[in-house]
Design a protein around this ligand. Structure first.
Ligand code: ADE
Length: 233
């Protein structure tokens, strides 16, 4: 049976998918790590959803590349999925035609935008450029947008982030995809990301306000599109 792993950062992003697919909570993926596993069978496919879990110290979800890296590593070690899909929310850009609730598939790669290392070779290593599955047909079939997804450790954006993103036409800004793609590439597990837009980065509205206002709407939209996507992979 095809085994698909959905890797997600926040409980609030994941809960509409858990509900829609009636996934069963299985507890911690790999104690004492905080990642939580939900599983179920759906249309003949084994679906495992791994969320990063809560930080014991600060009581919030383990968002960002560190949690995502550990999550990807343990997901592959414990579950040996045939495909990894990183699903979540992201910031979009008006200049690229994005609107709140739009859903993007990664293509052709995902990159980092805040790892600046001005040393020969390490400069390109910092950016990454991890290849994703070819999602062009899926995007046109499901009527989803396509673009380079770009990963960093911060919700806000700096001028340096913008110039790095512009260097590879990054148009979907988030905090996990490239970290997961890096691990998936080492294990040769096919990878793609699907991201729903909560906020528009190149507007005057503070990102954190827009993110909180639209998180629930974008997560519901994400769930609908993830379910359609699972029918196609
Ligand atoms: N997740 C949702 N919106 C984001 C943004 N603007 N930057 C990083 N991660 C996000």
């Amino acid at each position: 049976m095809t085994s698909i792993a959905l890797i997600m950062a926040m409980d609030e992003e994941a809960s509409p998918i858990v509900k829609a697919l009636s996934l069963e909570p299985k507890g911690y993926l790999c104690p004492p790590l905080p990642m939580c596993l939900y599983q179920g069978e759906w249309h003949g496919k084994q679906i495992s959803l791994v969320v990063s879990g809560k930080c014991k110290r600060y009581g919030v979800d383990h968002i960002g590349p560190q949690g995502a890296t550990v999550s990807a590593l343990k997901t592959i070690e414990v579950l040996s999925p045939s495909i990894i899909i990183n699903a979540g929310t992201a910031g979009g850009f008006v200049k690229a035609g994005a609107a709140i609730g739009d859903v993007y598939l990664s293509f052709p790669y995902v990159c980092f935008h805040d790892r600046r290392v001005a040393l020969p070779g390490f400069d390109r290593y910092g950016v990454g450029e991890y290849t994703c599955m070819d999602t062009r047909e899926l995007a046109s079939k499901l009527n989803l947008k396509l673009g380079v997804i770009t990963t960093g450790s911060s919700l806000d954006i700096t001028d340096s982030d913008i110039s790095i993103m512009n260097s590879y036409n990054g148009i979907v800004k988030e905090m996990e995809a490239a970290a997961i793609a890096w691990v998936a590439e080492m294990y040769q597990v096919p990878f793609m990301a699907i991201k729903s837009i909560t906020d528009l980065v190149d507007t005057e509205t503070p990102t954190e306000e827009e993110f909180l206002k639209n998180l629930s709407l974008a997560s519901e939209k994400l769930s609908k599109e993830v379910i359609k996507l699972l029918g196609e992979v």
